[in-house]
Ligand binder design. Structure first.
Ligand SMILES: NC(=O)c1ccc[n+]([C@@H]2O[C@H](COP(=O)([O-])OP(=O)(O)OC[C@H]3O[C@@H](n4cnc5c(N)ncnc54)[C@H](O)[C@@H]3O)[C@@H](O)[C@H]2O)c1
Length: 261
């Protein structure tokens, strides 16, 4: 039987992580490094990307805005030059400003879609190109959200639409890349305790918006608590490693049971 190391280990592999500077992305970088991967830590915040990379055994930090086509192409090229191969993309970066639907401007709508939807398209496109060129297949893990499946909290419509797109892009491309050995899956967090989530809630209160919706209802979080970044990262490691070699196109909820409540 194959060893745990062969199944879940990432030795000799290179992973590019978007949004790696903090929160879930940072936990992914740290866990994947423990599993033996070399990591390209990518974030719009260059300082945190470099800090996270600097604390890992074999990693480099890159500043990239994933909504910008030139920057995404340049970053993948720089990572290819530095590491020589790409085995996994864990795409974590996203924004989640809470906005009232009726007063949201088209520019605010476009901002969410530019980062979360166009950004997902761009990083997937570049990762698939790099993996195809490498000829060894690979794994892509997109962090989507339960909000892409189900209305979860109020004032979150633009974000929910962008995450529905992320989950759908996962499925669409899974069937188009399977023949070259590239598996593509999504992880759907429910609520996770991160700096980004805390800041979004505080901004919402400042904007006078109500926090409500199914996810805040009694009994809707069967495990009775929000998740921690590491609990999302472990699901990513499963889907990026050979442990999930027969899994593609799925959406794995990591949500404390929200979607079945
Ligand atoms: N925290 C939650 O409750 C929750 C719930 C469901 C899904 N998610 C998803 O999990 C992922 C991580 O969320 P988090 O809570 O860790 O967020 P976070 O805000 O703490 O971290 C996100 C990171 O992405 C980076 N980023 C933002 N815009 C970028 C851009 N244009 N280009 C490159 N990097 C950019 C930020 O600088 C930051 O380091 C996101 O995809 C989010 O939608 C989070």
């Amino acid at each position: 039987m194959a060893s745990i190391e062969t199944l879940f280990g990432m030795h000799g592999k290179v992973a590019l992580v978007t949004g790696g500077g903090r929160g879930v992305g940072r936990a992914v970088c740290e866990l994947f490094a423990q599993a033996g991967a070399r990591i390209a830590v990518c974030d719009i915040d260059e300082t945190t990307a470099r800090e996270v990379a600097g604390a890992l055994p074999d990693a480099a930090g890159y500043r990239v805005d994933i909504s910008n086509e030139d920057e995404v192409e340049r970053t993948f090229a720089q990572a290819a030059e530095r590491f020589g191969r790409l085995d996994a993309l864990v795409h974590v970066a996203a924004i989640f400003p809470k906005r009232d639907f009726l007063t949201m401007t088209a520019a605010q709508w476009d901002e969410i879609q530019a980062v979360n939807t166009r950004g997902t398209f761009l990083v997937m496109r570049e990762a698939i190109k790099a993996m195809k060129a490498g000829g060894r297949g690979g794994a892509i893990v997109n962090i989507s959200s339960t909000s892409g499946e189900r209305a979860s909290v109020t004032n979150n419509s633009g974000y929910g639409a962008s995450k529905a797109a992320t989950t759908n892009l996962t499925r669409s491309m899974a069937i188009e890349t399977a023949e070259v050995g590239i598996r593509i899956n999504a992880v759907l967090p429910g609520a996770v305790a991160t700096e980004g989530a805390k800041a979004a809630t505080e901004r919402m209160k400042d904007d006078g918006l109500q926090i409500g919706g199914p996810m805040t209802g009694a009994g809707r979080m069967p495990l009775g608590r929000v998740g921690q970044p590491l609990e999302i990262a472990t699901a990513c490691l499963f889907l990026a490693s050979d442990a999930s070699s027969y899994v593609t196109g799925i959406s794995l909820p990591v949500d404390g049971g929200f979607l079945v409540s």
